[in-house]
Design a protein around this ligand. Structure first.
Ligand code: BGP
Length: 478
């Protein structure tokens, strides 16, 4: 593209950072909290890296004041966190646990004390176990009503202070891991069940957005989507079609439903031919169209590169890298549709994720042009090993990663994309669902590992100070 002068970040740009309840809070069975599917899942040996769990996590439940003080010191403008459904409703529905509401009220007030805007995620994967037991969670349409009732409790309690709400976090990830890969609860491997559950999640998402509008609550709401943009490996016609398959399969299949209330035609036809298309009732389309978002939440980590994959080609059954041993990811794809291959132009992390700031610009431009929505970047960051030495952590790779991605955002803004804010993943180090505590993302190092909680002491990494400058200068220091 022609060289152009970069447009500055707007003065109310939300420089933020993010977390999720299960990954930071701990206090898994305190103050009346009910069990979530994750509390349950991690008890089974072999499900997570070194059997790590979030029972204590980084103890944010008890240390949130210390964590918020660090956010204030950094100058954060926004903090995105999620609410644990089973802390509010121990059985997923019915009686409210007042202590759960109290915790989030205090957290929100503490943030506002320092002018940090709370961005609230309603659902970040920790479904109440009671609903899984009662009706199989996302596989039953009963969840639509229960999820909506839960969200309304949050709107009533917090919308006087919360301006941005995230409905479902990464529906594509929790559904694919939960029902295809079997690596998240409920650990099912069945494509038909996956597409049914996914459709119900779409309806639940729309129902919550509709309830938000009908309730006349102030503020904006949208889902967070894990967008992994794809590029064809070359211009061979078969690879071009494979990449079209991938784009429909991994991106439009979710975002088109959020925004237009319908599935991409080609993808739906493919699923129908395979006998695994979801059951779409005539009234579903109305609901989907009534619950469209105000913004697209974007979680971006990496891009993928695509080639054709024969019918007897690779599937998603190969080994994934949850250990940080570089190069251990096996090729994966959907037979007959596409497969992911290496991109010779991009570096990779120790967990084999590509480092591609340009991919973030691509996501922002595509969302803006295809959906005509503003974008709130709800996650982006580098998961790496960090070393604590004399109380310091020199995480230059993280600084380089974030720096290049911030510049890509500015380029996208210059291209015409409306970007509301940028939440890095994550503020403190936290539990990575399948990768334990050694895959770190934070600006703040938390001294614990899979074997010991130690004292959970917090240390500011070099990236903490780097982001402090970025925020202070509103991006001019980039
Ligand atoms: C997203 C999730 C986050 C977080 C992040 C990093 O998919 O929304 O909760 O975990 O990815 O992923 P990982 O922990 O697997 O490295």
């Amino acid at each position: 593209m022609f060289h152009q002068k970069l447009v500055p970040f707007s003065k109310n740009f939300l420089w933020g950072s993010a977390s999720a309840a299960y990954q930071v809070e701990g206090a898994w069975n305190e103050d009346g909290k009910g069990l979530s599917v994750w509390d349950n899942f991690v008890q089974k040996p072999g499900t997570t890296f070194k059997n790590s769990n979030g029972n204590v996590a980084v103890d944010h439940y008890h240390r949130f004041k210390e964590d918020v003080a660090l956010m204030a010191e950094q100058g954060l403008k926004a903090y995105r966190f999620s609410i644990s459904w089973s802390r509010i409703l121990p059985n997923g529905k019915g009686t409210i646990n007042q202590k759960g509401l109290d915790f989030y009220n205090e957290l929100i007030d503490e943030l506002l004390k320092y002018d940090i805007e709370p961005i609230v995620t309603i659902y970040h994967w920790d479904l109440p176990q009671a609903l899984q037991d009662e009706y199989n969670g996302w596989e039953s349409r009963e969840i639509i009503e229960d999820f909506t009732a839960y969200a309304k409790i949050l709107f009533d309690a917090f919308s006087d202070r919360v301006r941005h709400w995230v409905s479902l976090n990464e529906q594509n990830v929790f559904i694919m891991h939960g029902y295809m890969l079997g690596s998240h609860p409920p650990a099912v491997q069945n494509l038909k069940r996956m597409y049914e559950a996914n459709h119900i999640a779409n309806l639940a998402n729309a129902s919550v957005i509709k309830a938000f509008r009908e309730g006349g609550y102030p503020g904006k709401i949208g889902p967070s989507f894990a967008y992994t943009p794809s590029y064809p490996v070359d211009c061979h016609p078969e690879n071009i079609i494979a990449n079209e398959n991938m784009a429909d399969y991994s991106a439009h299949f979710w975002m088109d439903v959020y925004v237009y209330g319908r599935y991409p035609k080609v993808m739906l036809t493919t699923l129908e031919k395979m006998g695994i298309a979801p059951t779409i009732l005539p009234t579903d389309t109305d609901l989907l169209k009534q619950g469209t978002p105000d913004f697209m939440g974007l979680n971006y980590y990496q891009s993928v590169t695509i080639a054709s994959n024969p019918l007897d080609g690779v599937s998603f059954s190969g080994k994934a890298n949850y250990s940080g041993e570089k190069g251990t990811t096996q090729e994966a794809g959907m037979p007959g549709l596409f497969k992911m291959v290496s991109n010779p132009y991009l570096e990779k992390t120790n967990w084999d994720w590509t480092i591609d700031p340009n991919g973030l610009r691509v996501c922002l431009r595509r969302i803006s042009s295809r959906y005509n929505l503003p974008v709130l970047i709800t996650e982006n960051g580098l998961g790496e090993f960090d070393t604590l030495e004399d109380g310091k952590i020199h995480d230059n790779e993280r600084i380089n990663y974030l720096h290049s991605h911030c510049l890509a955002i500015q380029e996208a803004i210059t291209d015409g994309v409306e970007v509301i804010g940028y939440c890095t993943w994550s503020f403190t180090d936290l539990l990575s669902w399948l990768n334990g505590y050694q895959k770190r993302y934070g600006f703040v190092y938390v001294d614990r590992d899979e074997n010991s909680e130690k004292e959970l002491k917090r240390y500011k990494k070099d990236s903490f100070y780097w982001y402090q400058q970025v925020i202070k200068s509103n991006g001019q220091s980039l």
